[in-house]
Design a protein around this ligand. Structure first.
Ligand code: PGA
Length: 245
């Protein structure tokens, strides 16, 4: 895992957007894996700027999102469908038919998860996956204890995740308790991965990911054996003993 330390959130966001721009420059029909949450917002803002300046063309790009709450209305402001439209898709020239986000109310969730997994394969697999890290080490909604071999599936959210995400809802009770998430194996199969962590509150988990052996107790540690993963953090998320390598 290559570690890149940026001075602040703005630089981290710019760096992540540069990696995505470079990927699309090399392969205009890239398949991107995209994430939601607070951390990638700056990256999406940068990508929109780059698009407006004519530096990126998304017309051939396909995007698969990592996850979505189960049972939420797509038009709900906290749904990941809403988030992606607002933060990125409405502002760039990606084709509607090339956007894939897990359904929030699939008729048959198990069948649907298989369909999603197969769709990723059918499109040739993910070229570049963007990830955040939950404070409990989750990636996507693969909560601690998730099998490293897991595929896209329904998962129950961890208490910590519900607590962390309650800041976006009126109360903790409103946070859906289930989601559909790409699996850890689905994520691991991406050809390249960038994983972002910003701010003090990610310090502890970053340190664990870097220092501990692979363990299913901390899902993000699966990436330690991924050949092309870049962990991009800002100074606030650094414990001081990490250096860029
Ligand atoms: P955050 O979430 O970016 O809002 O901190 C990260 C995650 O849960 O993956």
């Amino acid at each position: 895992m290559k570690i890149i330390i940026e001075d602040n959130y703005e630089n981290l966001s710019h760096k992540a957007a540069e990696v995505i721009k470079e990927q699309i420059g090399q392969k205009p029909d890239s398949v991107l894996g995209l994430a939601t949450g607070g951390t990638p917002i700056g990256t999406y803002n940068e990508l929109v700027k780059m698009y407006q300046n004519g530096e990126i063309d998304f017309s051939e790009v396909t995007a698969f999102n990592l996850d979505e709450y189960l049972g939420i209305e797509k038009k709900h402001e906290q749904s990941y469908h809403y988030y992606m439209q607002e933060k990125l898709f409405n502002k760039i020239n990606i084709k509607k038919e090339n956007i894939f986000i897990p359904e929030s109310k699939p008729k048959n969730p198990e069948e649907y998860c298989k369909w999603y997994e197969n769709k990723i394969k059918e499109k040739g697999g993910i070229d570049l996956q963007l990830l955040g890290i939950g404070s409990n080490g989750h990636i996507g909604f693969n909560e601690p204890g998730s099998d490293f071999k897991s595929k896209t599936r329904v998962i129950e959210l961890a208490k910590q995740t519900i607590e962390d995400n309650s800041r976006y809802f009126n109360s903790e009770k409103e946070v859906p308790n289930k989601a559909i998430t790409m699996g850890l194996d689905t994520i691991f199969k991406a050809k390249k991965i960038i994983i972002l962590a910003s701010g003090e509150k990610k310090k502890k988990i970053v340190k664990k990911i870097v220092n501990l052996e692979q363990t299913e107790k901390i899902p993000a540690t699966i990436l330690k054996k991924h050949p092309k993963t870049k962990l991009i953090i800002d100074k606030a998320a650094n414990t001081k003993d990490l250096v860029s390598n």
